[in-house]
Design a protein around this ligand. Structure first.
Ligand code: ADP
Length: 193
């Protein structure tokens, strides 16, 4: 199964993805992690990516698609994968669709984790204390929530129209969120036969 996770920063995409990786036995492709990997390189590209991440802005669409396409060629991705934080713009969604057409693969499901922004902000600030992530400070968090609203939220309609979207309330207890996700996956798999 190929599943896209969409949700504002702090809605719990990463946490739920990790759980699903264990249940479904497919890898998690976190573009945030991948880009932080590029960021660590002491190259012009690394510095360029760092500028985007540290400002709470998105990395360029084609760059992100190139990194994802490369990862998708790995053996462990052949049976399926979970996209965590990708696509994040309509352009990325289109690039992914073109990539899937070329490689004769398809997306099975888009899971939206919902959450209200004041709760998300306080969750992210707490994470900043625990994980010491450079981009989890109040100014960047506000920028990331705004980027989500302006650039990523339009994907909800896009995937809704494609019949791929299911939404789960990300403010519930993590166990309940996971149970909801699993029941959606079971229902969708049963419908497919
Ligand atoms: P969060 O969703 O909590 O903000 P992520 O780890 O998913 O955290 O992303 C961190 C940062 O990495 C983003 O703010 C953005 O700068 C960059 N990034 C991650 N995924 C993408 C993507 N698909 N396209 C562009 N930039 C991305």
């Amino acid at each position: 199964m190929r599943i896209v996770f969409i949700g504002p920063p702090g809605a719990g995409k990463g946490t739920q993805c990790k759980r699903l990786v264990e249940s479904l036995q497919v890898p998690q492709l976190s573009t945030g992690d991948m880009l932080r990997g590029v960021r660590c390189q002491s190259s012009a590209l690394g510095r360029w990516v760092a500028e985007h991440i540290d400002a709470g802005q998105l990395a360029p669409d084609h760059l992100v698609m190139r990194i994802v396409a490369q990862r998708l060629t790995d053996e462990d991705c052949q049976a399926g994968c979970l996209f965590d934080g990708f696509p994040r713009t309509l352009v990325q969604a289109q690039l992914l669709e073109e990539h899937f057409e070329k490689t004769k693969l398809k997306l099975d499901l888009v899971l939206e984790l919902t959450g209200e922004s004041s709760l998300l902000t306080s969750r992210l600030l707490k994470r900043a204390e625990i994980e010491n992530r450079a981009d989890d400070n109040q100014k960047t968090i506000r920028a990331r929530l705004e980027v989500y609203r302006a650039q990523t939220a339009p994907l909800i309609n896009h995937y809704g129209e494609a019949g791929l979207l299911e939404s789960v309330d990300g403010t519930q207890q993590p166990d309940k969120v996971f149970a909801d996700i699993m029941s959606i996956i079971r229902r969708r798999s049963a419908a497919k036969g």
